[in-house]
Design a protein. Structure first.
Length: 146
């Protein structure tokens, strides 16, 4: 699986930790860092968009985006048609985002509190399958046809 990462300066430090975690926990995954490259102030929309576009170009891939709150960069990613970014600060939200919504991008806040360890949130996002139940499939189809 290919994993595309992107952050602004508010998520840069967490992204560095995330890269190490992914390399240790999931050595079989290919990790691509699409920026930013430092803690110097920058704007999150370009990184949210870049990750979303790469996820959509690469079948069976996922993205993880991080800004200070996770909100702005998740909005940026979700502006790309076909992207489904879930902002999760708990394992429950990460799980439900994958199961019910087929989220292909996880958004995290680098300056926010997590209810569960971020490592567990990421692991859940990367290992949870989509629930094929008709009610969820119907709703996902509605999202695709706005």
């Amino acid at each position: 699986m290919k994993i595309f990462l992107g952050s602004d300066h508010g998520g840069f430090e967490l992204k560095r930790e995330l890269e190490k975690f992914l390399a240790e926990k999931f050595p079989e995954f290919e990790i691509f860092d699409l920026g930013c490259d430092s803690a110097e102030s920058c704007d999150y929309p370009q990184f949210g968009r870049a990750v979303a576009e790469e996820v959509l170009k690469n079948e069976n891939s996922r993205g993880i985006v991080i800004c200070g709150s996770g909100v702005g960069i998740s909005i940026a990613a979700n502006r790309v048609a076909g992207a489904r970014a879930v902002l999760a600060n708990s394992v429950e939200l990460s799980n439900l985002g994958r199961q019910h919504n087929d989220a292909n991008i996880l958004a995290l806040g680098g300056r926010t509190k997590f209810y569960d360890p971020w490592q567990k949130i990421v692991e859940t996002f990367l290992t949870t399958d989509v629930d094929p139940a008709e009610r969820h499939a119907r709703r996902r189809d509605q999202l695709d046809n706005f």
